[in-house]
Design a binder for this molecule. Structure first.
Ligand code: HAS
Length: 572
């Protein structure tokens, strides 16, 4: 018999403590984002030759790029994942979070972020968000990053007893889809941050403290990418939760298939981790065979996204037809694209449209031979801005504002402006990313602290064919920055407004499934078997590459990009 899932739930009132902590979790990263976005914009101005020096505003090129990447890709996404998870678990399980766990988790994350900010602002951690050795940071940077990650683990562990109690008290009732989604997200996160912890604790911190002089580059990079690709699904899956669970209802319809949504989340659990070598195709020391295995598995991890494209499009078509659409494409027009009362629809639709191109370019990157052409070029920056800078970023903006409004009881102000933000951002991104990618195909590097010299006709590095793409990138980034400024205005107006209701009530509109929900005895209702297969796949795919990384010669001294001289002498 098909299981019964309760979709409509009453608003859930969180405790005063949780309310305050969640408000911090959504507000702090948005404040830091001001710095993150500013430095992203500066990168493009510098690359387009508009600003003359890589040390504009007192910060070096690599320092600005580090702030941009770490704030946008690590701090913002981790805080949002935890805040959204806290809200989903509280609402869908209708249970309060464990107060001391919530306090400990948020406290660790905030402390870690502040600790890591100090060396970044002082220029002692110009190591970018990948903190690849031989770039070396001050130990505080690594310790701060570790605290941020462990804080997010604590939050996740705090949800598990609530899930167990829900299952005990509701036999025969499936885990709400949103809860399954967030659990899969954080299981992936937990598994993939273990190799990161090993890299930080056993390689980077001792090296940074000067206990050892050199570091193994292949091993550090392999451990990093063991973490670094699954990381992108930690970013993406919260957006998928909204697309599956809330968007169909907000658009006026139903979720096409709850079953397909569950399978997609579970396939992410299987395939999002054993793929990291696709970031290392060009690195020596690993057998081609294992690079090929990771390439095949990377194509597998695209499947749940293809399923999502189908299921979400079918749900949207259903919604469009419920709204009176006729003919083949009319349903697209009927969707509430600009409904200021349902801004999450705009944030979702813009994100989905962008992700069509972000996803396709990911498949280009994954192809072993095509990757040789685009690796380390602007093509990669074009790709990831249409993924993490598309669906992920827009969902973080849209949902953070929604959560802020629910926690404070203050209705969102400047509603028309708010609904314009995702489309303005999309417009900017559709100039920025293709220009970056085309530049990449012309050979433009993905990072450069020689920006101006490429555009200066008097320089020996001058490349006339790079000029138009560098300008277009800058124009696109200006439009994206404008979109963020509008968003900030909406945020400030909302914050400054009067509450219209008591704050602290969480409510998420939730779609029913058009097709029956699977039986609770079905394998898609159980996490454990999928977890076992996921662990097996990880073991098989990483066993040999890790051995190969350990076998390659050890020992690189540190290197500072803005001062290209080794910082310390290697002891003989
Ligand atoms: Fe990637 C590099 C491959 C997805 C982020 N990626 C990166 C980097 C980042 C990143 C940050 O194989 C740079 C890392 C660095 O610093 O070096 N990526 C892939 C593949 C996918 C993929 C195969 N990436 C993502 C996502 C990211 C992300 C998601 C962030 C959130 N990526 C690579 C590879 C590299 C790489 C190589 C290394 C390259 C190198 O050489 O360095 C797949 O998961 C993509 C599958 C997606 C799809 C799209 C489905 C479309 C959907 C939208 C449907 C639209 C609808 C709207 C329904 C198949 C779901 C309809 C509505 C209407 C109204 C019409």
């Amino acid at each position: 018999m098909a299981a019964m899932e309760k979709t409509e739930l009453a608003p859930f009132r969180v405790s005063a403590l949780s309310r305050a902590l969640m408000a911090i979790e959504v507000t702090l990263p948005i404040l830091l984002l001001v710095l993150g976005i500013y430095h992203g914009f500066l990168q493009t101005l510098y690359r387009a030759g508009v600003i003359q020096s890589p040390s504009f505003a007192g910060l070096s090129y690599y320092q600005g790029l580090t702030l941009h990447g770490v704030i946008n890709a690590v701090v913002l996404t981790t805080f949002f994942g935890v805040a959204f998870g806290n809200a989903l678990v509280s609402y869908y399980l209708q249970r309060p979070l464990i107060p001391w766990v919530h306090l400990l988790a948020t406290g660790m994350m905030v402390t870690g972020t502040l600790l890591a900010a100090v060396p970044m602002l002082l220029g002692w951690a110009d190591v970018l968000y990948t903190f690849y050795p031989p770039l070396k940071a001050h130990p505080l940077f690594y310790i701060g990053a570790a605290l941020l990650v462990v804080g997010s683990w604590v939050a996740f562990f705090g949800w598990l007893p609530l899930v167990a109690r829900f299952q005990k008290e509701n036999p025969g009732q499936p885990l709400p889809l949103a809860v399954l989604g967030i659990l899969v997200t954080f299981i992936i996160w937990f598994l993939c941050t273990i190799p990161l912890a090993i890299e930080v604790l056993f390689l980077l911190i001792p090296w940074s403290l000067g206990w050892v002089d050199t570091i193994s580059i292949p091993l550090a990079r392999t451990l990093f990418w063991f973490f670094g690709h699954p990381l992108v699904y930690f970013w993406l899956l919260p957006a998928y939760i909204v697309y599956y669970v809330m968007l169909p209802k907000l658009a006026g319809g139903k979720l096409y298939s709850d079953y397909a949504a569950r399978v997609a989340f579970l396939l992410f659990l299987l395939f999002s981790i054993p793929v990291g070598l696709h970031h290392q195709y060009t690195e020596p020391g690993f057998d081609r065979f294992w690079k090929g295995v990771h390439a095949m598995l990377t194509f597998m991890v695209a499947i749940p996204s293809f399923m999502t494209a189908f299921t979400v499009a079918a749900s949207l078509e259903y919604a469009g037809r419920e709204r009176g659409a006729r003919g083949l494409f009319d349903w697209m027009v009927r969707l509430p694209w600009f409904d200021a009362e349902r801004p999450l629809v705009a944030y979702s639709l813009a994100g989905l449209l962008i992700f069509i191109f972000g996803g396709i370019t990911g498949i280009v990157n994954a192809s072993y031979n095509l990757n040789q052409t685009i690796h380390n070029t602007g093509f990669i920056s074009g790709h990831f801005h249409m993924t993490v800078g598309g669906p992920v970023f827009l969902m973080i903006l849209g949902m953070s504002l929604e959560l802020f409004s629910q926690l404070t009881g203050k209705p969102i102000r400047l509603k028309g402006w708010n609904v314009a933000v995702p489309y303005l951002w999309m417009l900017g991104l559709f100039l920025f990313s293709p220009a970056m990618m085309y530049g990449g195909l012309l050979g433009q590097p993905r990072r450069t602290n020689m920006g101006l010299s490429y555009l200066d006709p008097n320089s020996p590095h001058f490349r006339a064919d790079w000029v138009p793409t560098a300008y277009l990138t800058g124009i696109g980034a200006a439009v994206m920055t404008l979109a963020f400024v509008v968003y900030l205005a909406v945020w400030v107006a909302t914050w400054a407004g009067e509450p219209a209701a008591e704050g602290g009530y969480l409510y998420f509109p939730t779609a029913e499934s058009l097709h029956p929900v699977a039986s609770t005895s079905s394998v898609v209702m159980r996490l454990r078997p999928w977890l076992v297969v996921a662990l097996l796949l990880i073991a098989v795919s990483y066993w040999a590459p890790l051995r190969q990384a350990l076998r390659t010669p050890q020992g690189a001294p540190p290197y500072a990009p803005d001062n290209p001289v080794p910082l310390i002498q290697v002891k003989k």
